[in-house]
Design a protein around this ligand. Structure first.
Ligand SMILES: Cc1cc2nc3c(=O)[nH]c(=O)nc-3n(C[C@H](O)[C@H](O)[C@H](O)COP(=O)(O)OP(=O)(O)OC[C@H]3O[C@@H](n4cnc5c(N)ncnc54)[C@H](O)[C@@H]3O)c2cc1C
Length: 644
């Protein structure tokens, strides 16, 4: 073993690996970041975008906790759009079209300048252990490096195979070696592995697309940003365009389904239900005669265009027919074929909420490796795994977020509790508290916790504190400022709502669903001539106060069960009065709390009651034994006192 002066070794320079290395270094650990190819740090192998429904919430949370992805996305956007802006605040989602090359270069520069981080190119082929604890890694050319914790963020690389039609190639993704041998090592260490698959669409030469009749999709005029920091880079925005599949497209696909490795059963890995391939769409939604596809620029200095919504693994010749059947792409040149990648992953039920293995201490994993799909999902896990690897090395308690605090916690809790059968993608519907977990209040929910654990620096903390002060002052102003019915007020309200009948506070007026903040600002501006920066946060809290209160009481209810710990070595198979399915699932997942047990698919409320009764009985027995022991030792003491 070559002793190395690293505390934490992070394997993988993808979205998970970068956040993990950053967090571990930020918390004071000497961190080594290893990647098969250092030139693909922060690479976006699939869509040139960050954010969108459910995913933007994760990016905001990463930023609120002091992470990197939000800052990188703001620095390298081609276009910013707020999706679902006409819908409720819980589902409004920011999406950045990113310049892929700029994003990767920005991330590599950033990682290279970080104190405590060392970048190295190398392929990890085995883990080194000492007893039940990880002790280091072995690299392809024989080097063995020691460390106190490892974070595996190997994405789609483990035994990776890419598919185009019946042709395969060993690869982690197009153009990059697969990671061979590590899966075997993990299985030998007792880990269960399984296979998943994901796909990506063709890339088109933008100069060969006829945009004349295509739908033009510009960025928002009013720019929004992911980061809560105050850097607001204004960049020239590039448009996207929309085209659609035709009946001809569907015919081509139906005629060649037998050539699809997915449909011919050659691929065993399961693909993402919510990022379906074009074959899946034509088969699963046969009633639809057309599907929308977006043409997304991959960067400012390239003419490559990403054909969003058309991921496939059909043979190249069929792909070309599909492309030419699309309006505007009749003469288009495909410059990179679509493909599917099948890879090994680690079912996350083998890990704790800290993303540490239950059986190999100091071994953490994050990202696609644990069964998710998406840059944002990977980055959120990476940040948490990096924080916890550092805390493990520093012998601190694991940093676990409550499900009610964030989508990040919802993601991790779902992964380590529910046996996912396909790549897990975040959506706002995954949380039972989505009105509390809006993208606009991620800092309110997480920045104080991030500050506590050392992830939030003074600059970010000061910005946050100022914002909270301003919001508090505005709430006070709105509740204490009263307005009376007047002609000006009626004229302003006429476009939105009924006129005022009596004098009310600004807060009461704003509580009216149809009265926008603009009316309040016109009637009584917080500071004349200057729009109040945090009006959305204030308006949402006031307008949705009732719903928010209801969700908060739901949280309190659920947290009761999450506060009840379960022994990690309990043999659930011995519980005859638990349902058979529950016994098997509980023994496989080995939940840490009763709340987690209740969230396992197949564990009914009746099963939870059985466990609750068992825990109570055990507590009483223990209390009785303790009392007896106390009495006995008191007796012995009395006896000893008497005899002396
Ligand atoms: C073909 C394809 C299709 C995709 N489709 C979708 C999709 O439909 N929807 C979606 O949301 N996302 C999709 N993705 C994106 C996917 O989610 C990403 O792969 C995301 O980047 C996951 O991030 P990660 O950090 O977990 O892993 P990755 O970004 O894959 O990074 C893995 C890193 O680990 C390194 N590595 C691997 N093995 C070793 C080793 N043994 N030693 C040293 N370094 C190693 C690699 O060099 C790389 O730096 C797709 C990706 C691909 C490749």
């Amino acid at each position: 073993m070559l002793s190395s002066d690293f505390d934490v070794i992070v394997i993988g320079g993808g979205h998970a690996g970068c956040e993990a290395a950053y967090a571990s270094a930020k918390l004071g650990c000497r961190t080594l970041l290893l990647a098969v190819n250092l030139d693909t740090i922060g690479a976006m192998p699939c869509n040139p975008a960050v954010g969108g429904p459910g995913k933007s919430h994760l990016v905001k949370e990463i930023d609120a906790l002091g992470g990197v992805m939000g800052i990188a996305a703001d620095a390298t956007y081609l276009q910013m759009r707020m999706l679902n802006s006409s819908r409720g605040p819980a589902v409004q989602s920011l999406r950045a079209q990113s310049d892929k090359r700029e994003y990767s270069a920005w991330m590599k520069d950033f990682m290279e300048t970080l104190p405590n981080v060392t970048l190295r190119q190398g392929m990890v082929v085995a883990f080194l252990t000492e007893g039940e604890r990880v002790a280091g890694v072995q690299l392809g050319f024989g080097e063995r490096l020691s460390c106190n914790a490892v974070v595996l963020c190997a994405g789609t690389f483990l035994e990776g195979t890419i598919w185009i039609g019946r042709e395969t190639q060993p690869a982690g993704r197009a153009g990059e070696f697969p990671s061979i041998g590590l899966s075997g090592c993990l299985k030998a260490l007792g880990f269960k592995m399984d296979r998943l698959k994901t796909g990506t669409p063709p890339r088109i030469d933008g100069r060969t697309i006829d945009y004349t009749d295509l739908v033009y999709v510009p960025g928002d005029e009013k720019l929004s940003f992911f980061s809560f920091l105050d850097k607001r880079p204004v960049r020239e925005q590039l448009p996207c365009h929309q085209t659609r599949t035709t009946e001809k497209t569907h015919e081509i696909i139906r005629a060649n389904l037998h050539e699809s490795p997915m449909y011919s059963g050659m691929i065993h890995g399961v693909g993402p239900r919510y990022c379906p391939s074009i074959e899946d769409k034509v088969v699963r939604f046969a009633d639809k005669d057309s599907h929308g596809l977006f043409l997304e620029p991959e960067g400012r200095n390239t003419y490559e265009v990403y054909l969003q919504g058309c991921s496939t693994s059909l043979p190249i010749a069929v792909q070309a027919q599909i492309v030419h059947s699309l309006p505007g792409l009749e003469n288009a040149q495909m410059i990179r074929p679509a493909y599917a990648v099948e890879y090994d992953y680690l079912p996350a039920i083998q890990f704790t909420h800290a993303l540490m293995s239950k059986d190999l201490k100091g071994f953490f994993a994050a990202g696609q490796m644990l069964g998710t799909s998406g840059y944002e999902e990977a980055a959120a896990q990476g940040l948490m795994a990096g924080i916890n690897a550092a805390r493990f090395v520093q012998e601190k308690d694991p940093f676990i977020l409550e499900r009610s605090s964030s989508y990040t916690a919802t993601l991790i809790d779902d992964l380590v509790t529910k046996e996912i059968g396909e790549p897990y993608r975040m959506m706002t519907s995954r949380s039972e508290y989505r009105l509390l977990l809006r993208q606009d209040n991620a800092d309110l929910r997480l920045t104080p916790i991030g500050r506590e654990i050392g992830m939030v620096d003074d600059y970010r903390w000061q910005l946050f504190a100022n914002k909270q002060e301003e919001i508090k002052a505005e709430f006070k102003r709105l509740s204490q400022t009263r307005i009376h019915p007047s002609k000006e007020c009626d004229e302003l309200l006429a476009k939105h709502d009924e006129s005022l009948k009596q004098n009310v506070s600004l807060e009461e007026l704003l509580r009216r669903p149809r009265v926008p903040y603009e009316v309040i600002e016109t009637l009584s501006p917080a500071s004349p001539g200057k729009k109040f920066a945090w009006h959305q946060e204030v308006e949402t809290e006031i307008k949705y106060a009732g719903y928010i209160e209801r969700q908060k009481s739901q949280v309190a209810q659920a947290e009761k069960l999450d506060g009840v710990k379960l022994p990690s070595d309990l043999d659930y198979l011995a519980f005859e009065n638990l349902a058979k399915e529950a016994r098997e699932k509980l023994n496989r997942v080995r939940p840490e709390t009763l709340g987690q047990a209740a969230r396992i698919g197949g564990v009914s409320p009746a099963d939870v009651s059985v466990l609750l009764v068992w825990l109570e009985t055990r507590r009483r027995n223990q209390a009785y034994k303790d009392k007896q022991a106390l009495a006995a030792s008191a007796g012995q003491t009395v006896a000893a006192a008497v005899s002396s």
